[in-house]
Design a protein around this ligand. Sequence first.
Ligand SMILES: Nc1ncnc2c1ncn2[C@@H]1O[C@H](COP(=O)(O)OP(=O)(O)O)[C@@H](O)[C@H]1O
Ligand SMILES: [Mg+2]
Length: 411
Amino acid sequence: MASKTRRIGLSLGADICWPVCYEALLKQLDLKLRLGRDTVSFEVERVGIEPFDLRQPCSYDVVIDRLTHWYHTSREWIKKAILTDDLYVYNNPWSLQSMEKHTSYAAMMRLGFPVPDTWLIPPKAYDESPDLQATLEKYAKLFDLGEIGDRIGYPLFMKPYDGGAWVGVTAIHDREALLEAYDSSGKRVMHLQQGVQPFDWFVRCIGLGPQWRFVNYDPSAPLHDRYCMDRDFLSTGDEITLSNMTMVINAFFGWDFNSCEALRSNGVWRPIDFANACPDSQVTSLHYHFPWLIKANLKWSIYCAATDRSMHANLDWQRFFDIAAEDRSFDDKLERYAKIALEHFEAEQFEEFCDKHLGHLDEVAHEFFGSDVVMDAIRQKVEALYPAHEVDEFSELFWERIQSWRRDSSD
Ligand SMILES: Nc1ncnc2c1ncn2[C@@H]1O[C@H](COP(=O)(O)OP(=O)(O)O)[C@@H](O)[C@H]1O
Ligand SMILES: [Mg+2]
């Protein structure tokens, strides 16, 4: 019988609220899991940024990464640690580095997902380079943007092929506006995508390992009200479709944590944005759903650390493509893809593990989310984002929403 400690690293950028809650709740859980002949406990530490020897060992078993989609030193350290020390990281850094939103559209189209019609157009402007003129003169074909717009139909959305955070997204209602938007799009490579309109539901399905949460999303509301607080607002059929889509996308790309946006129009769920490397985890957006995220993150990271989960750094797409080639309906195929996805995420083993070892989490979390630690974490985040005269009001608002979560059901 041996005592072992599994170390979880948090690779963070501007995050404030969720790491405070994650660390405090892990400490309160005070886990000492009996796994085989071992007693396993857990430590969490924030990963620092420093020079590193490529041969130096890594002291973490799992890293939850929120930084490396833009901070390359940490990304290269993480890649090294996976290759040399079997570190488990979410999300997969290679996959994040190379899979743009564009790739995710193309791949899901091949699997039969009803992604709205989407075109990629060459940019309006370029950085000068020695070969630029020769290349463009020889190969860049003149195109009629207005005609492409007509083929897609209006409204359509112009948005960066690798977008995020609503940057550079324009809703376009006619040919003239399209030409104008393109003329001012500069060097960015853009998609034109058929607008899903009208739609009756806009849902963000947050996936974390084999766990998911449906959030009714109101894109027209101010930031603090975009994640609505509805529960059980979808039919079972809709829930199955959305959770299956989310699990499949995540397993396909090796993303453990991702938020998939889909709009329902004429009874069909149309996925529009599902390559979110670093999903919103802030209490100032998630509020009511924030405790779910902390619990889901704890459960999945503890499971991965405790069971020494393999990183699956190489993606295996052929299994999905084989199903895509079968002569079946999309619903049938989705069910089959989802089976692979849930196996990838070890859904059954995970559930058993949580039942056996983390049965007290709900109760501890219920208590915890009524504590001063949480109140303080909310305030710190609000202070970082809001002007001084709004800090009291918004800290109170987010706190109250978390208290509603505690009153409702705590899941
Ligand atoms: N095809 C579409 N149909 C309807 N609304 C869309 C469509 N594409 C984008 N939008 C709107 O624009 C917002 C930002 O676009 P999105 O693709 O999510 O980009 P980002 O990656 O920047 O979040 C969406 O949340 C949605 O409100
Ligand atoms: Mg989006």
